[in-house]
Design a protein around this ligand. Structure first.
Ligand SMILES: Nc1nc2c(ncn2[C@@H]2O[C@H](COP(=O)(O)OP(=O)(O)OP(=O)(O)O)[C@@H](O)[C@H]2O)c(=O)[nH]1
Ligand SMILES: [Zn+2]
Length: 354
C-alpha cells in the first residue's frame, strides 16, 4: 500500500486546507495520461481510469485532469472513473502550439520547476529569462539546473550570468556524466513529498537527470527511438515519478518549448521586479521605458545599474505579449462577425420559413 503523502498529499493540503468532502469516492493523483486513459495513484496502487460523463461532455479543456492533478474517483472492478478534479494549487500553462490564442495546461500542483539548461551551445540566457517570467506568472518557484558542467572550464561564470538576471531562484551546477552537483540537488534542493517539474529544450539532459535521480543509470525509463536518429525520447511509462529520496518529479514531452500564455501582464511589477524598482522613478506614470524623457529605466541601463540582458528580455516579452493580444482581438472580432452571420441566416430562415 502506498501512502498518498508520498505522492504529495500533505504538500497539496498545506496550500488547500479547506475540508474536502469525498462522499465515498476514492482519492487519486494523476501520474500519466495516454490518450483517453488516465492513470491515477491511489492508496491501493495505480488505477487505470477514464473520464466520467460529466467531465467528458461538460468540462473545458483546461478543466480536464492533467498530470499532477488530485482527483476523486469511482472504482468498478479494475477500472476507475474520474468524477472531479480537486482545486489546483497552480498550473504550468503555455500557449497552445496548435491554437495560439488558447491556453494549454501541462502539469498541475507543482512546488517548484527545475529549469534545465546545458552548458554547451544550448546555454541561452534569454530563453532562461523567458522560462523564469513564465513560471513566475504561473505562481511556480524556479530552480535553475546548469547541466553538462563537465563541458566548460569555468561553470561559476554561468552562475554569475544567471544571477545578473536578479531573479529569486536557486542555481545548481551539475553534470549527469561526472555526478557533480547531484547530491546537492538531492539533499538540499528537492524536498520529500514536494512535486517538481522539469523544463528545458531537447538535449539539455532532462532524461539523463531523471535517470541519475532515480539511480537507474542502466535501466532506461524512457525508450529512445533510434529509428529516426533524432535521439527523441518517447515516454513509455509515467510522467510523474517518485524519486528514491521521496520527491516527485514530472517529466513530460510537452515541457520542451513554451511561450507566454497572454494572461500574464509583462509590465506588472511581479514579473519584472527589477524594472519595476527603477520605473518608480520615471517622470511619467505611463512610461513605456523606451525613449521617454526622464525614464529612470533607460537611465539605469545607460549607467550600468540595469543589465542589458534584463532590459532586452523585458522589451522582447512585452512585444510578444502585444502580438498575442492582437491575435486574441482578431479572434474575438472574427467570432463576433461569425455570430452576426449565423444570426442573420437564422432570421432569414425564420422569415422565409425554410
Ligand atoms: N557532456 C555531457 N553530456 C550530457 C550530460 N547530460 C546529458 N548529456 C548528453 O546530452 C544528450 C541529451 O541528453 P538527454 O538526457 O537525452 O536530454 P533530454 O533533455 O532528455 O532531451 P529530450 O528527451 O530530447 O528532451 C545525450 O547525448 C546525453 O548523453 C552531461 O552532464 N554532460
Ligand atoms: Zn520609464
Amino acid at each position: 500500500m502506498t501512502s498518498l503523502d508520498q505522492y504529495g498529499w500533505q504538500a497539496y493540503r498545506s496550500s488547500h486546507p479547506q475540508p474536502i468532502e469525498m462522499n465515498g469516492l476514492i482519492l487519486g493523483r494523476i501520474v500519466s495520461i495516454k490518450g483517453f486513459k488516465y492513470y491515477a495513484q491511489t492508496e491501493n496502487g495505480e488505477l487505470e481510469t477514464e473520464l466520467s460523463g460529466k467531465l467528458l461532455y461538460i468540462a473545458e479543456n483546461t478543466e480536464l485532469p492533467k498530470v499532477g492533478d488530485w482527483v476523486s474517483l469511482m472504482a468498478y472492478d479494475t477500472m476507475g472513473y474520474i468524477i472531479d478534479v480537486l482545486p489546483r494549487k497552480n498550473a504550468l500553462a503555455r500557449r497552445n502550439p496548435g491554437a495560439p490564442t488558447q491556453k494549454q495546461i501541462l502539469a498541475t500542483n507543482i512546488d517548484a520547476a527545475l529549469i534545465v539548461q546545458g552548458l554547451d551551445r544550448e546555454f541561452n540566457i534569454m530563453r532562461l529569462e523567458r522560462y523564469l517570467v513564465q513560471l513566475a506568472a504561473c505562481g511556480i518557484a524556479s530552480i535553475v539546473v546548469l547541466n553538462k558542467a563537465d563541458l566548460v572550464p569555468d561553470p561559476p561564470a554561468y552562475v554569475d550570468a544567471v544571477e545578473k538576471l536578479q531573479r529569486p531562484c536557486v542555481v545548481q551546477v551539475c553534470s549527469t556524466y561526472t555526478g557533480m552537483g547531484l547530491d546537492a540537488l538531492r539533499q538540499n534542493l528537492l524536498q520529500p513529498g514536494c512535486t517538481y517539474v522539469m523544463i528545458g529544450s531537447s538535449g539539455v539532459g532532462k532524461s539523463s537527470l531523471l535517470n541519475a535521480l532515480m539511480n537507474t543509470a542502466t535501466q532506461t525509463i524512457n525508450a529512445t527511438s533510434e529509428a529516426n536518429h533524432k535521439g527523441r525520447h518517447t515516454t513509455t511509462t509515467r510522467d510523474l515519478f517518485l524519486l528514491p529520496q521521496e520527491s516527485l518529479l514530472i517529466d513530460t514531452p510537452g515541457m520542451r518549448e513554451f511561450g507566454l500564455t497572454g494572461d500574464e501582464d509583462v509590465t506588472s511589477g511581479d514579473l519584472f521586479p527589477v524594472i519595476q524598482r527603477f520605473a518608480a522613478q520615471c517622470r511619467f506614470n505611463d512610461c513605456q521605458h523606451v525613449d521617454e524623457l526622464g525614464c529612470a529605466v533607460i537611465e539605469a541601463l545607460h549607467n550600468g545599474t540595469l543589465s542589458s540582458e534584463v532590459y532586452d528580455s523585458y522589451v522582447k516579452l512585452k512585444k510578444e505579449q502585444r502580438r498575442f493580444e492582437i491575435d486574441a482581438e482578431e479572434k474575438k472580432r472574427l467570432n463576433k462577425q461569425f455570430g452576426k452571420i449565423t444570426r442573420e441566416a437564422k432570421n432569414y430562415r425564420k422569415k422565409y420559413k425554410y
